[in-house]
Design a protein around this ligand. Structure first.
Ligand code: CA
Length: 411
């Protein structure tokens, strides 16, 4: 595919991508757009040119401040809409080409939360991460609990504190049990951490009592975002028994502004790790269900340059998304358009491929060296954490852009 738009080299937003987002300007209220190169394309403008006339949908879904109504059109329509956009951007004689007003530089617009998130679920799908954490928090000999290879383990999180890249957060406070003490203190967390994750957005609802068959599960996923599940390790250590994560996790999680569709990710499907022992029949899947997505995390202290602290890949995940959808609905729990499900921390096999400071600094025992001789065990005040992700194959590139959040002191 060749587009008549100028796309900078290395851009995540090629003609193969066409991710959806919500933008505004001083004169345009938040509404639906796509990213192409370093520009955005206003889909309301495109609709008004009449290019979508063969697809039955109302312009109101594009004037909405969230993508939920657009996603609710269903894949039959949204996939077609994406194809028409690609056609308009590749056809030398397209009507869009004469309509410069439909484009804006990304640097000139504000991006907004792309979806109104109903429910949020966080999984725990990386065997490397679960093993590393199990060794540190529990038992070095039996790091994985007996259920881990049978159940795509997850928990229900909180959606109110999921924020967009670019919004800063404050260091959380909480109960911490300090070494050699028997009772906790209430204080700012001294072990604030990131978790490198990817989220997926539910694109089709189910009814209460209904279960999604694994062979059909892909139809329920609209697309993916980068996700940083901020964590307070000292709070987590004290609070997590017996019911699991709570205040150590729900103070903030950050998502990237562009939702990359499953159709854009299709060329990057790969085989997942062998699952042994064999999973139960409702979790048994056919075909390629993992995705080759390069991921990296950087830390940028205030006034300094960023240093890459981790490079890994989404393809290592032990549990895949179709298994997670099948499992989540296996008991009849209903899912809704705009629900967000996150992968859990994505760690690779090597020491430099871990998806959290907890693992990278071995619980704070081996500080990471940053640019300019800075050192980090965990995230310090005024540090910015940056995540990036992209797929690349046969000269086709599809990326997620970046996700960045600065940690400010406690208030
Ligand atoms: Ca997590």
């Amino acid at each position: 595919m060749k587009t008549w738009i100028t796309i900078p080299n290395e851009s995540d937003f090629t003609i193969y991508n066409i991710p959806f987002g919500i933008f505004s300007t001083s004169s345009i209220k938040p509404r639906v757009c796509i990213a192409i190169g370093n520009q955005i394309l206003d889909l309301v403008e495109l609709y008004e040119l009449g290019v979508f006339k063969d697809i039955d949908f109302d312009i109101a879904v594009l004037k909405s401040k969230f993508l939920n109504d657009f996603i609710s059109l269903g894949k039959l329509k949204t996939v077609e809409i994406r194809k028409v956009i690609q056609l308009e951007l590749t056809d030398e004689n397209s009507i869009l080409r004469q309509h410069k007003k439909a484009f804006k530089m990304q640097s000139d617009v504000n991006m907004h939360m792309p979806i109104s998130i109903g429910d949020y679920t966080d999984f725990y799908s990386s065997i490397e991460h679960a093993t590393n954490v199990g060794k540190m928090f529990r038992d070095p000999e039996n790091a994985l609990l007996p259920n881990w290879k049978h159940i795509p383990v997850g928990y229900h999180g909180r959606s109110s504190s999921i924020i967009l890249s670019g919004q800063n957060i404050h260091r959380p406070k909480g109960q911490v049990l300090l070494p050699d003490l028997e009772t906790p203190v209430f204080k700012p967390s001294s072990k604030v951490d990131f978790e490198l994750e990817m989220g997926f957005v539910i694109g089709k609802e189910t009814q209460l009592g209904e279960s999604v068959k694994i062979a059909d599960a892909e139809n329920y996923i609209f697309g993916k975002v980068l996700f940083n599940d901020w964590s307070a390790r000292d709070v987590q250590k004290w609070e997590y028994v017996p019911l699991g994560p709570f205040l150590a996790k729900n103070f903030a999680s950050t998502i990237s502004p562009w939702i990359v569709t499953m159709e854009a990710l299709e060329p990057f499907k790969v085989k997942g790790p062998k699952q042994s022992p064999k999973v139960l029949p409702y979790l048994d899947y056919d075909g390629l269900k993992n995705y080759d997505i390069n991921l990296e995390v950087s830390i940028q202290p205030k006034g300094s340059k960023e240093s890459i602290v981790s490079k890994t890949n989404f393809k290592y995940m032990y549990w895949n998304m179709v298994q997670q959808v099948a499992h989540h609905t296996s008991n009849g729990c209903n899912i809704k358009v705009g629900d967000l499900m996150a992968s859990g921390t994505i760690s690779g096999k090597g020491k430099k491929s871990y998806g959290s400071m907890l693992e990278l600094s071995r619980g704070g025992k081996e500080p990471l060296k940053l640019f300019n001789n800075d050192e980090r065990n965990f995230i310090e005040d005024f540090d910015t954490v940056i995540m990036r992700g992209y797929c690349e194959k046969d000269e086709i590139k599809v990326g997620f852009g970046e996700l960045r959040t600065q940690l400010l002191p406690s208030i």
